[in-house]
Design a protein around this ligand. Structure first.
Ligand SMILES: Cc1ncc(COP(=O)(O)O)c(C=O)c1O
Length: 437
C-alpha cells in the first residue's frame, strides 16, 4: 500500500467514529422534537463514500457517477440512466431532448401542446414553457390527486404532442389509460417519477412506461445525493440527445477527461464549420451544463443499497397512518392507492372534507404548534401562481378538484426517519384536534 492509500484508509476508518459521535440517534420527546415531513437518512457508509470521492479530488462526474448510472439502470431494468444535478434538471432534459432536430418530423416544436396537471410541482410543467410549448391542464381525482384520465380526450387538440405528468406523492397515475391514450394519438409520454421511485403498476416499475422518465435525489426523496436527479430511457437515440443537452449541447460524447471516443475527433464535417473542426467543441443542440459532481454520486451509490428497505418502511409507515386515521374518515378524504398499483409513498396526502367543522389551515396550524411538519400539494393550482398568470397555457374543462386540493389538501411524512412513536404522535394530535371541534 502506498502512503497515500494508507492515509486514505485511516481517514475512512475515522469517518466511522465520526459518524457515531456526530449523528447518534436522539430520543423522541413529544412536543419538543420535530416530526419532519422528510429528511435524509444515512449512515457511516454514505459519509465514507463521500469522503472517498472528495479525496480523489476529481470533482466533476467520474467513477461514482458511472457506477451509479450502471446500477440504477439495472435496478430500473432500463438501458440508460443519465445523472444530472436535480430532478428539475432531469425534467428539463427529458422534455428538451424531444425537441431535437435530430428527431425529424416527430420532434416537439414551439406551440405544440403537452397535457399535464396544475396540481403539482412547478418543474414538472416548467420545461414545457421553457421550450416554447403550451401546457394543457387537466383536473385531478380527489382520492389519488392524480390526473383524471376520463378528461384526456377532452384535452386533445390538433397540436397535442405529448403527456408529461408526475405520479403524485408516490401513487401511480392510471398508466393503462395514459399509455393507451398516448399510443392511440402517437404522443410522447414523459413520466415524472421524482416522487415515486420503486412504485409498481401492474407489477412493473413506474418510470419504465414512458419514452423518458425522471427521478429526483433531493433529500426529501426516496434516496438522496443532496442535489441530484436522473433521466431514464430505453431508447439509445434519446440517450444520446439527453447527454448532449446535459453536456453543453455538444455533439461529442466523451466523458470528462477523455478524448477522441469517436476515433475521428478532427475528422468531422458538421454544420458549416470547416472540415475537422474539433468535435469536442462542436454543438448540435442549444444545451445546458447540468452535470453533477462525483461526490453527489458517491452518496447515491451508498444510498442505493438501502433503497428497497426505504421503500418498504415508507409503505409500512403509510399503512400505519392509514389505519390510525381511519376513524376520522368522516372529516377527511384519506388517500387510496391507485387501482392495479403498489405505490412507493412520498408522503401521506389527505384532504379536509367540504363539510368538516374546521378547515385545513386551522389543522396545519395546530400540527405546526405541536412541531409536526406538514406540506401542501406543492404549487396547489399552478395556474393561480404569480409566475404562471401570463404564461401561454390552456385548461381543458375545469380545475375544480385541483382548486379543492389547493385549499383542502396537505400531507404529513412517511419517510424512514419517522419512528412508530412519531407516527402515533401524529395520529394523537389529529385526534385531539378533531375531538375539540
Ligand atoms: C414531482 C416532482 N418533480 C420534480 C421535482 C424536482 O426535483 P428537484 O428538487 O430535485 O429539482 C420535485 C421536487 O420535489 C417533485 O416533487
Amino acid at each position: 500500500m502506498s502512503q497515500a492509500e494508507q492515509l486514505r484508509q485511516q481517514i475512512l476508518d475515522l469517518v466511522q467514529d465520526y459518524h457515531q459521535a456526530a449523528f447518534a440517534e436522539r430520543p423522541f420527546v413529544p412536543g419538543e422534537s420535530a416530526v419532519p415531513v422528510s429528511g435524509r437518512v444515512f449512515g457511516a457508509h454514505e459519509i465514507s463514500l463521500l469522503v472517498d470521492s472528495s479525496l480523489d479530488f476529481w470533482l466533476t462526474t467520474g467513477r461514482y457517477s458511472e457506477e451509479f448510472e450502471k446500477k440504477f439502470a439495472q435496478y430500473m431494468g432500463l438501458r440508460h440512466a443519465l445523472l444530472c444535478n436535480s430532478g428539475s434538471s432531469a425534467n428539463l432534459l427529458a422534455l428538451s431532448c424531444l425537441t431535437s432536430p435530430k428527431l425529424g418530423d416527430i420532434r416537439l416544436k414551439s406551440g405544440d401542446e403537452v397535457i399535464t396537471v396544475a396540481a403539482g410541482f412547478p418543474t414538472t410543467v416548467n420545461p414545457i414553457l421553457q421550450n416554447g410549448l403550451v401546457p394543457v391542464f387537466v383536473d385531478i381525482e380527489t382520492e389519488t390527486h392524480n390526473i383524471d384520465t376520463t378528461l384526456l380526450e377532452l384535452a386533445l387538440s390538433e397540436k397535442t404532442r405529448a403527456v408529461m405528468i408526475a405520479h403524485t406523492l408516490g401513487n401511480p397515475f392510471n398508466l393503462d389509460a395514459v399509455t393507451a391514450f398516448c399510443k392511440k394519438h402517437n404522443l410522447f409520454l414523459i413520466e415524472d417519477n421524482c416522487d415515486a421511485l420503486g412504485a409498481h403498476y401492474n407489477g412493473q416499475l413506474t418510470g419504465t412506461f414512458g419514452d423518458v422518465a425522471t427521478v429526483s435525489f433531493y433529500p426529501a426523496h426516496h434516496i438522496t445525493m443532496g442535489e441530484g436527479g436522473v433521466v431514464m430511457t430505453n431508447k439509445p437515440a434519446l440517450k444520446k440527445l439527453i447527454e448532449s443537452f446535459r453536456d453543453w449541447g455538444r455533439d461529442c460524447w466523451c466523458p470528462p477527461g477523455v478524448d477522441n471516443t469517436c476515433g475521428k475527433r478532427f475528422d468531422w464535417q458538421l454544420g458549416s464549420l470547416p472540415h475537422g473542426y474539433d468535435h469536442k467543441y462542436t454543438y448540435s443542440h442549444i444545451g445546458y451544463n447540468l452535470k453533477l459532481t462525483d461526490m453527489q454520486a458517491a452518496v447515491g451509490v451508498a444510498q442505493l443499497d438501502r433503497l428497497d428497505a426505504f421503500i418498504k418502511t415508507r409503505q409500512d409507515n403509510w399503512s400505519y397512518l392509514r389505519s390510525g386515521l381511519k376513524p376520522y374518515e368522516k372529516f377527511f378524504h384519506l388517500p387510496v392507492p391507485a387501482a392495479n398499483s403498489e405505490p412507493s409513498w412520498f408522503g401521506f396526502l389527505m384532504s379536509v372534507r367540504e363539510d368538516a367543522p374546521f378547515d385545513r389551515n386551522e389543522l396545519i396550524a395546530w400540527l405546526t404548534e405541536r412541531k409536526i411538519g406538514t406540506r401542501l400539494l406543492f404549487g396547489g393550482n399552478l395556474t393561480r401562481q404569480p409566475a404562471y398568470i401570463d404564461q401561454p397555457w390552456r385548461v381543458a374543462g375545469s380545475l375544480e378538484r385541483t382548486d379543492f386540493a389547493m385549499t383542502n389538501s396537505f400531507w404529513v411524512g412517511v419517510y424512514p426517519g419517522l419512528s412508530t412513536e412519531m407516527l402515533d404522535y401524529i395520529v394523537d394530535s389529529i385526534d385531539q384536534f378533531v375531538k375539540n371541534r
